[in-house]
Design a protein around this ligand. Sequence first.
Ligand SMILES: C[S@@+](CC[C@H](N)C(=O)[O-])C[C@H]1O[C@@H](n2cnc3c(N)ncnc32)[C@H](O)[C@@H]1O
Length: 348
Amino acid sequence: MKLSVSGENAAERLAIALGVAPVPLVDTHMAFLRARAIMVATKLGVFEALAAGPLSSDAVADRCGTSPAATPKLLTALVACGYLRAVKGDYALTARARTWLLADSPQSVRDKLLFEFFEWTIVEGTEAFVRTGRAHDLHLSDDEERWGAYQRAMRVLSRLAAPEIVRRTPLPRGATRMLDIGGSHGCIPAAMCRRHPALSAVVLDLPAAVRHAAPLLAAEGLGARVVHREGDARVDDLGTAEWDLIYISQLLHHFDEATNRALMQRVARALTPGGYVAVVELVRPAAPGDAGQVGALLDLYFALTSQSGTWSIEEIAAWQRDAGLAPRRTISLRTVPGAAELVARKRE
Ligand SMILES: C[S@@+](CC[C@H](N)C(=O)[O-])C[C@H]1O[C@@H](n2cnc3c(N)ncnc32)[C@H](O)[C@@H]1O
């Protein structure tokens, strides 16, 4: 998936094709206005206000406690962006808003949009980062509100992919123990345990993450079968021949190459013979210009948040091979644009 500018009529399409349309203005000004409008509507409860049916602008303003003068400006912008429809003077949700932004939709990404207010502030540091090379460290924060928003945001993304990941992740015969490193909410081990009744799991994460992820894991309703362990994946001993499946999702982009190499060595030691490691990552294109806008933009973003970046499929597979594991064919995840699952096996 990628963001790109397209014309709204034949003349605009021609102008874009001829290179005479000011595409950078749409790439920047329209992109940030659009993003902010959708985020603000989510935070103010505009989509929830319209969940039961169409309303006038004044009625939306009344329900959301917003300005009757300013609210129609936001609603009209959301119509232009495909999140609302105008219906006889009222406003109604489009299928996109209903599916992705209502809190109780199974596909809701609402919590991720709420975390984007924090990400917006981080991204404002891009210029300083590129000038100095000094990154923000997302995981050193003592902002408890941000930690809570972060953990809830990660859960909605994992939930979207959970059915596909559970279906496509192999387990050795008779598997009983799973470790999820940097696992936060634990929604994938919970889903794996539901599918495999003999399996139990441990979710390792930083203490601040566990503080906020604990209620999310409790809500999975698996009790002692899936438990948190506070720790630090960069240094903790993961044990020897202890885990049939080690799952690592969206963690390696926070670590540098040496840390990831060393982690994969400890993972290899910690797996039972015949056990699997499954790495899920937003992957960077192998070379500049190769397809993969998501991975390339996130490479810059994770450099800013964590002094690291996204990794290519080849790099991750090399760490697995160098740790003595045998990589299998890479799985492109249909439910997470730009992400792949790289499974490798330890010899029996
Ligand atoms: C991007 S989130 C991914 C969460 C989850 N694995 C998922 O895919 O939804 C990264 C997680 O790794 C955790 N993390 C970051 N550094 C860590 C470390 N040194 N040790 C353990 N966990 C860490 C963060 O707290 C966060 O929960």
